[in-house]
Write a protein that binds this ligand. Structure first.
Ligand SMILES: Nc1nc2c(ncn2[C@@H]2O[C@H](COP(=O)(O)OP(=O)(O)OP(=O)(O)O)[C@@H](O)[C@H]2O)c(=O)[nH]1
Ligand SMILES: [Mg+2]
Length: 196
């Protein structure tokens, strides 16, 4: 399968819980640190260069952005976290936005948690993994930027990510490269399992 066969579009940005969408369509929820490649991964999955980026003008990056794919499934771009220079009030805003988002976990069809494959997940990543675990909803960890990792280090990097995030054996961790398209079809298939 593939996404965005007919059309995909940015639908809205939500600054608080009043703006969250709950219309019964499945929602694939992407999260990760600032700069990890959330927008790039979404663009890679829909095979468009600019779908996700086009909506992320400054000031909107700390909101929840919704994209509607072929009229039937939402890709939800959660605001990036862990930006070192973010002012305190922005960190607090991020925290309360996430709290209200995860307060209704039944909206989450599948979580896609992105980490940078090159690095050990940060404390913020661990916190994010906790949000997903506590939600009780299925989620997969996607290790992006695999094109920057040497082949010989793949297993070690994936094991480190699995260990640091304390993921159970059943949890899915996959390497990915939005830049090179590595595992694009595999991730498309994983998402496909949840939106039939
Ligand atoms: N080498 C490499 N670079 C990547 C990959 N994916 C994204 N990037 C680069 O990483 C940078 C950040 O990508 P974005 O997609 O904007 O990241 P983001 O997580 O959406 O960032 P924010 O929205 O600011 O939180 C860009 O310079 C991308 O070109 C990848 O798979 N490999
Ligand atoms: Mg982005």
């Amino acid at each position: 399968m593939s996404f965005c066969i007919k059309n995909c579009e940015f639908v809205k940005t939500a600054a608080d819980s009043a703006g969250f969408i709950s219309d019964g369509r499945p929602q694939i929820v992407f999260s990760g640190r600032s700069n990890v490649g959330k927008s790039s991964v979404i663009n890679s999955l829909v095979r468009r260069k600019n779908l996700a980026r086009s909506s992320s003008s400054p000031g909107k990056t700390t909101n929840v952005n919704y994209f509607l794919i072929d009229g039937k499934v939402y890709f939800v771009d959660l605001p990036g976290y862990g930006y070192a220079r973010a002012p305190d009030h922005e960190r607090r805003r991020w925290g309360s936005l996430m709290e209200s988002f995860f307060a209704r976990p039944e909206r989450i069809t599948l979580g896609i948690m992105l980490v940078d494959m090159r690095h050990t997940p940060t404390r913020d990543d661990e916190t994010m993994a906790e949000w997903f675990k506590r939600s009780g909803r299925p989620f997969a960890v996607v290790a992006n930027k695999s094109d920057k990792v040497k082949r010989a280090q793949t297993d070690e990097r994936l094991a480190d990510i699995r260990g640091t995030l304390a993921l159970g054996d059943g949890a899915r961790v996959m390497e990915f490269s939005a830049e090179k398209g590595v595992n694009r079809d595999a991730l498309t298939a994983v998402i496909g399992e949840y939106i039939q």
